[in-house]
Design a protein around this ligand. Structure first.
Ligand code: MN3
Length: 197
C-alpha cells in the first residue's frame, strides 16, 4: 500500500504571521510530497529485489528509504503539532513530566530551542518520549534520519531545514524557532504523549 501525502487540517495561511502561507504551501505540497514519492519508490525497489533476488543495490535503497521515510514521518507529525490557536504551555501529565525531566517548561523550551538552533545544516529539533526509562528527552536529527536515538516516540518536532523558514526569516533561524512556539498545538502533543505512555 503506497504512502500518501496527509492533508493539512488547517488553511495554508492559518499560521500567519508566524509561518507564512507561501512557505506552508511549498513546504507541504512540494517538499513533503517529494518524500512521499521517494519513500514509495524506495519501497518499490526493495520489493523488486525480493522478487528478482538481486540485492546488489539494497544499501542504496535502504538509505533512500531511511531519508525519505524519516522525512515523510517527521513532516506528518510536524503539521499536526501546529495549529492556528496554538501557543502557551502544555498541561496535564505532559506538564508534570516536563517538570520532573527538565525542571519545568522554561528549561524544556530553552534546551529545545538551543537544540533546534544548533542543528548543523538541515535537520530537526525533537521532543521524544523514551519508554525504556519513562522519560522525555530532547534530540537533534541531522537531515531527517541521522543522530536520533532508537526506541523513542517523537512528540513535538521542529523542522529547521532552510526551506521551512528562509522565505520569511532568511538566515535568522532563532527568530523562526521563537515564532514556532506561538503555533504549537499543545493539545496534540499531550495526546501524543498520553498515547505513547
Ligand atoms: Mn521540511
Amino acid at each position: 500500500m503506497a504512502h500518501t501525502l496527509p492533508e493539512l487540517t488547517y488553511a495554508y495561511d492559518a499560521l500567519e504571521p508566524h509561518i507564512d502561507e507561501q512557505t506552508m504551501k511549498l513546504h507541504h505540497d512540494i517538499h513533503h510530497n517529494g518524500y512521499v514519492v521517494g519513500l514509495n519508490n524506495a519501497e518499490d525497489k526493495l520489493a523488486e529485489s525480493r522478487e528478482s533476488g538481486d540485492y546488489s543495490l539494497t544499501k542504496h535503497w535502504e538509505r533512500e528509504s531511511a531519508f525519505h521515510g524519516a522525512g515523510h514521518l517527521l513532516h506528518s507529525i510536524f503539521w499536526t503539532n501546529m495549529g492556528p490557536d496554538g501557543g502557551g504551555e502544555p498541561g496535564g501529565a505532559l506538564a508534570e513530566a516536563m517538570n520532573s525531566d527538565f525542571g519545568g517548561f522554561d528549561k524544556f523550551k530553552a534546551q529545545f530551542t538551543a537544540a533546534s538552533n544548533q542543528v548543523e545544516g538541515s535537520g530537526w529539533g525533537i521532543l521524544a518520549y523514551r519508554p525504556s526509562d519513562n522519560k522525555l528527552i530532547i534530540l537533534q536529527a541531522e537531515k531527517h534520519q541521522n543522530l536520533s536515538q532508537w526506541d523513542v516516540v517523537p512528540l513535538l518536532v521542529l523542522d529547521v531545514w532552510e526551506h521551512a523558514y528562509y522565505l520569511k526569516y532568511q538566515n535568522k533561524r532563532p527568530a523562526y524557532t521563537d515564532a514556532f512556539f506561538n503555533v504549537i498545538n499543545w493539545t496534540n502533543i499531550e495526546e501524543r504523549y498520553n498515547n505513547a505512555k
